[in-house]
Design a protein. Sequence first.
Length: 65
Amino acid sequence: MWTVVYIATNRTQAEAMKKLLSDEGILANIRPAGVSMQGDGMCELMVLESEADEAHAILYQLVVR
């Protein structure tokens, strides 16, 4: 099952985080968040539930730097 680990402010940020997770071997997916399905709005970054803890740790390191 997929679980949301981060809500990015725009698609560009979401794609960058998805690549970071992918480089670490974590399968990630992006979907638009909220009502608007078009444009460059907020996006949910999702990973498999079994990899959520590892994904959070990787994203935390990115934010803390």
